[in-house]
Write a protein that binds this ligand. Structure first.
Ligand code: E4P
Length: 221
């Protein structure tokens, strides 16, 4: 399973990129709004900062409701992609979003269909030519459903039917989600930097380092 970072915060993106574990970035209108920056400018900055990742998801804005409006926005976003071929157009899981997805996929543009909450939605998105599908597990857990189970079922379905869309486990909230979606067959988990930090740590690692440091002081130098 690969790691994407789920943020529009440049500092966090740079920190994760430096560690060398980052394969992509996902953003959404809420994450961009939180940064208080112009959407297109921030996408351009991200693309410039992480030139070697496979995908930077830029989501069409909520005022694009029809497929034509989404495609028009996608065409503008693609123009920002001077730096590499890694921009991915993120589209909502609606009939219009699927129509835009098919159109863009036929043009060779990478797409990520977002806000997926059922296996059927994932199947439709894959059949519309999505490069990535994003089931939101945390938000399902929030309403007492099993988000990881959804990822497992989508992974099984894609294997059974030989569907090439990659599953991005989204709305990942904590380390246990990461482990469980990796075991469930997600191709990617998109996670905030705080979770990247959390999964890098263990108290025994810290204790071990303290002990090595203490013993080293006693050794012959
Ligand atoms: C994924 O692409 C979304 O940006 C994200 O994972 C949403 O997560 P949330 O439910 O924590 O807002």
């Amino acid at each position: 399973m690969k790691f994407f970072i789920d943020t529009a915060n440049l500092t966090d993106i740079k920190k994760a990129y430096k560690v060398g574990v980052l394969s992509g970035v996902t953003t959404n209108p809420s994450l961009v709004a939180k940064e208080g920056v112009k959407f297109e400018d921030r996408i351009a900055e991200i693309l410039r900062e992480v030139p070697e990742v496979e995908s930077v998801s830029a989501e069409v804005t909520p005022d694009a409701v029809t497929a034509e409006e989404m495609i028009a926005q996608a065409n503008e976003l693609i123009k920002i992609n001077d730096y590499d071929k890694n921009i991915t157009i993120k589209l909502p899981m609606t009939l219009a979003g699927l129509e835009a997805c098919r159109y863009l996929a036929n043009k060779g543009v990478k797409t990520n269909v977002t806000l997926i909450f059922t296996v059927n939605q994932a199947l439709l998105a894959a059949r519309a030519g999505a490069t990535y599908v994003s089931p939101f597990l945390g938000r399902l857990d929030d309403i007492s459903e099993d988000g990881v189970q959804l990822v497992a079922k989508v992974a099984e379905l894609f294997r059974t039917h030989n569907l090439s869309a990659q599953i991005i486990a989204a709305s990942v909230r904590h380390p246990d989600h990461v482990t469980r979606v990796a075991m469930a067959g997600a191709h990617i988990a998109t996670i905030p930097f705080s979770v990247i930090e959390q999964i890098s740590k263990h108290p025994l690692t810290d204790q071990g380092m303290d002990k090595f440091a203490a013993d080293w002081k006693k050794s012959v130098q």
